[in-house]
Design a protein around this ligand. Structure first.
Ligand SMILES: [Fe+2]
Length: 185
């Protein structure tokens, strides 16, 4: 289940309370079951997946993609698989660990592992949301956010896209406060 950490260090784990805290940002956070197909579960338990295996995982979950396509015009999806042995993992992650926005919504369905989305709320306060398996998140276009992995550095997530543009991060120069050690000098 998702965990929301606020700047004062307090944490929320109840989905309804988390949804309420994120409401000013227009973020959608839903529970989406991955079902009980044994082949899917076996693939999700592997560290790395080849292209064929990724496509098999996606095909098991394409009823969600179909629904998004029909309801909101989504045109493509892929599966991102990150773990500590992925070459240049840190370089890849460093693009997204600073506060940024996108011209399109950032839509993710976490199917294994976990990741942390940070957000700057309209009042300037910051929160960090740990998103866990079977959780779908839609971060609206223009939302100031960042993304990092937890210390395990493992996540498998389906990414949904409306088009090929709008995906470049626009950095906003805001300093991240939440979730960081405060060093006093
Ligand atoms: Fe992003």
């Amino acid at each position: 289940m998702a965990i929301l950490q606020k700047e004062d260090g307090s944490k929320l784990t109840d989905l309804q309370s988390i949804v309420q805290e994120l409401a000013p940002l227009g973020i959608t956070l839903n529970y989406w079951s991955i079902g009980d197909n044994p082949q899917l579960h076996q693939l999700l338990a592997q560290d790395s997946l080849n292209d064929t295996e990724k496509e098999t995982v996606l095909s098991h979950l394409d009823h969600y993609f179909k629904e998004l396509s029909e309801r909101a015009g989504y045109t493509s999806r892929d599966l991102i698989v990150l773990h500590p042995e992925v070459p240049n993992l840190d370089t890849m992650l460093s693009k997204f660990d600073k506060v940024h926005t996108h011209a399109d919504d950032e839509v993710r369905y976490i199917v294994a592992g976990e990741g942390i989305f940070g957000f700057v709320r309209p009042d300037g306060s910051q929160v960090e949301l740990t998103v866990q398996p079977q959780e779908y998140i839609n971060v609206p276009a223009g939302t100031q956010h960042w993304f990092i992995l937890t210390p395990a550095q493992r996540v498998k997530a389906v990414r949904y896209f409306c088009g090929t543009t709008g995906w470049v991060p626009e950095y906003t120069d805001i300093k991240i406060r939440v979730g960081r050690e405060v060093v006093s000098v």
